[in-house]
Design a protein. Structure first.
Lengths: 163, 138
């Protein structure tokens, strides 16, 4: 019964949270409406999303988000330095291929978004069958180390969370 | 106390402004489309982040009720920025790069934008019917 009402429990919880944040101050009426939305929206969108993303360790998401925010701040400063002080002639942009160990589509989406959000790298494409990610680096004198970094720092953690 | 709050908020505003400015400057200075893509997607993260933190602090210190909209703006920004980046990158790849110039996609034959269709997609794990249809077609 509960499973029928909430086919995607995390999505429902997120919808309640987002609605309450949008309302911006607590009221019981808004909470009731938020719960109604959290039942209606997953039910309406279910045909487009038959599978449920499996989370093995949801607790590790917070640690992952904090790590990504820290990396965003650090790398933002690095990219600002490159933009301001490095002449274009000494810039070494590079395309790199990151072979993926992740198999779940949701996990790959999160990895690609993380790569784009951390400055200096933009994920540009997925290979035809989803086994590799094409990433463009703003300045990568050693592309190998960038690949290792992304695999150890982000992919390994996502694998723990999702698979 | 109020004095320190004001200093904190001002510092955050200046920080956000500087990163926004550097991002826009990068857009002018960097040499080609792909490198230029890096500058604005970054300004969006820390530049806007600084301004939002300042707003959050202002509501926390100087207003009767705290505001949570900043968290939502951050959330939506983090959800949409990568999608925009991906779309611009793919357009660039089609306009200014040939598939041979890109690195090898490993064990697959092609990158998704240049390939015709997936040989064995991630989504194939579920619908057996589709697989049968495709095997028949091949």
């Amino acid at each position: 019964m509960i499973r029928r009402l909430f086919p995607h429990p995390y999505l429902s919880a997120l919808l309640v949270l987002v609605w309450m944040l949008l309302v911006n101050r607590f009221a019981w009426g808004s909470l009731v409406f938020a719960i109604l939305l959290s039942i209606a929206i997953p039910a309406l969108t279910e045909p487009y999303w038959p599978d449920r993303a499996r989370l093995r360790h949801p607790g590790k998401i917070i640690a992952y988000v904090l790590l990504v925010i820290r990396d965003i701040v650090v790398a933002n400063v690095q990219v600002a330095m490159i933009v301001l002080f490095k002449p274009n002639s000494r810039l070494q942009p590079a395309w790199i291929t990151i072979p993926l160990d992740l198999r779940s589509p949701e996990a790959i989406t999160v990895l690609a978004a993380t790569i784009t959000l951390t400055p200096g790298t933009v994920s540009s494409d997925l290979s035809q069958d989803g086994h590799a990610l094409l990433v463009h680096c703003l300045h990568a004198p050693e592309p190998e180390s960038v690949i290792l970094d992304i695999k150890n720092r982000y992919e390994a953690r996502l694998q723990e969370i999702f698979e | 106390m109020e004095y320190f709050a004001e200093i904190l908020i001002t510092a955050l505003l200046v920080l956000g402004g500087i990163f926004g400015l550097v991002g826009s400057f990068g857009l002018v200075k960097l040499p080609d489309q792909m490198t230029r893509l890096h500058a604005p997607t970054k300004a969006a993260t820390l530049g806007v982040g600084g301004i939002l933190m300042a707003s959050l602090c202002w509501f926390f210190f100087f207003s009767d009720h705290s505001s949570w909209h900043e968290l939502l703006i951050t959330l939506f920004l983090f959800l949409t920025a990568p999608v925009t980046g991906l779309m611009i990158a793919k357009t660039n790849m089609h306009l200014t790069w040939r598939p041979e110039e890109l690195p090898d996609p490993g064990e697959d034959r092609n990158w998704a934008t240049f390939g015709q269709s997936a040989d064995r997609s991630l989504m194939d794990a579920v619908p057996e019917v589709d697989k049968a249809v495709r095997d028949h077609r091949e």
